[in-house]
Design a protein around this ligand. Structure first.
Ligand code: KG4
Ligand code: ZN
Length: 379
């Protein structure tokens, strides 16, 4: 069975075709085969504005998709696929609509049903792009951490999901992005923060681990952002207040617009220190975010005793999170039951959408004129 998957929920345009064993066959054979996979990232374009401009994202998806589909047609034949899996929620509405309209058109032209996929489910299954799908044993617990979502999801069976914890404000990836902005690091913030943090082994700064004492599985990251902002403000206001703003070198601290302007400059010798301080703040912020994610995952695992633990979402690319999660969870569950996606499949891609489409069968089969697009998740 071949599934063509289309992912356009945010700023990555992805198309993949995966081949699966027919439903109901010996599960050990049920290892997907990637027949085609392409991904085009808009990160460099959105880095210029330090964030995504939705109209530009949609426009780029609509320019790129036809080229990718022509490639699929030449290599596999668009008429040779059995289903069209498409991310129909959540995400940027305009971006989702581009992918969904292409899917509707293909479904109509080739008479192939659509599989409506929730993007969060794509991340949930992203560890299994190259693994036999029977490795997922239920109940399975998933920590999905991306730029838009942070959720602990309990799956009691293939299509039975319950969100047992979520974020009360910023998503984990959003927290990385916002802290990076405060430190004038590049977009997206997650990789920039972890690169800055990797330059040092310890930090004199310490931020409170968010929601550590709450008795639920919820997260909150806006307080951390405030702590970082206040720390940056304090350091920069102590820094040569007598010098004028015009004298600032380009690499001195650039503050978020909401922070009062800083009449200070960093002299030549302290430019090195500024990078060091950035690394130290990045290190402390990363530690607080990761600790919060790991601690809540640990408590949820203790309570629900899942047979499988799954990490997913762009933040799953974070090395510290990957390491700490395995170290902590392997104390209470077998290491080989903890699944972490390959770096390539942690961030948005279409292969994971194909897996989620397959796993959602037959519940998710949708006629082209019944497909509903939504910016919020249907979970
Ligand atoms: O899943 P994803 O590609 O897109 C969404 O569905 O949102 O996740 C993007 C998020 C961004 O916030 C980015 O900063 C974060 O994932 N991210 C990371 C790392 N790589 C990407 N966060 C922490 N550490 C990383 N290495
Ligand atoms: Zn995503």
């Amino acid at each position: 069975m071949k599934i063509l998957a289309i992912e356009t929920s945010c700023d990555e345009t992805g198309i993949a075709v995966l081949e699966f064993a027919p439903l109901g066959t010996e599960p050990n054979l049920n290892k997907p085969k990637i027949l085609f996979s392409v991904l085009s990232s808009q990160v460099d374009i959105h880095a210029k504005t330090a964030g995504i401009v939705p109209e530009i994202a949609s426009r780029i998806h609509s320019e790129i998709l036809p080229h990718f589909l022509i490639q699929v047609d030449q290599k596999i034949g668009l008429g040779n696929v059995d289903y069209i899996a498409t991310t129909s929620s959540p995400g940027l509405l305009g971006s989702l609509l581009v992918g969904n309209n292409f899917s509707r058109m293909l479904s109509f032209l080739y008479n192939k049903p659509i599989l409506a996929v929730d993007h969060i489910m794509g991340h949930f299954y992203s560890s299994f792009v190259k693994l036999p799908l029977n490795k997922i044993e239920f109940p399975a617990l998933g920590l999905i951490v991306s730029g838009g979502h942070t959720a602990l999801i309990l799956a009691t069976a293939k299509n039975k999901f319950k969100i047992i914890g979520g974020t009360r404000d910023d998503a984990a990836g959003e927290a990385f992005d916002k802290v990076a902005r405060l430190l004038n690091l590049s977009y997206p913030g997650g990789p920039a923060i972890s690169q800055a943090a990797a330059k040092i082994k310890n930090s004199p700064f310490k931020f409170t681990t968010p929601m550590l004492k709450s008795n639920d599985f919820d997260f909150s990251f806006s307080g951390l952002k405030t702590q970082v902002r206040q720390t940056v403000e304090k350091i920069t206001s102590n820094c040569h207040p007598e010098q004028s703003e015009e004298a600032q070198p380009a690499s001195s601290y650039k503050m978020d617009k909401k922070i009062r302007p800083v009449k200070s400059s960093l002299p030549e010798e302290s430019m090195r220190l500024s990078n060091m301080v950035k690394s130290q703040i990045a290190f402390a912020a990363q530690t607080a975010i990761v600790d919060s994610l790991v601690k809540k995952s640990f408590s949820a695992t203790t309570k629900y005793h899942p047979k499988t633990f799954i990490l997913g979402g762009g933040v799953a690319a974070n090395q510290l999170l990957r390491e700490k999660l395995i170290t902590e969870l392997s104390v209470i569950m077998p290491k080989n039951k903890i699944f972490i996606p390959e770096l390539k499949y942690a961030t948005d891609n279409a292969a994971m959408i194909a897996i989620a489409g397959y796993m959602g069968l037959p519940k998710n089969i949708t006629a082209w004129d019944k497909l509903e697009t939504s910016s919020s998740s249907n979970l």
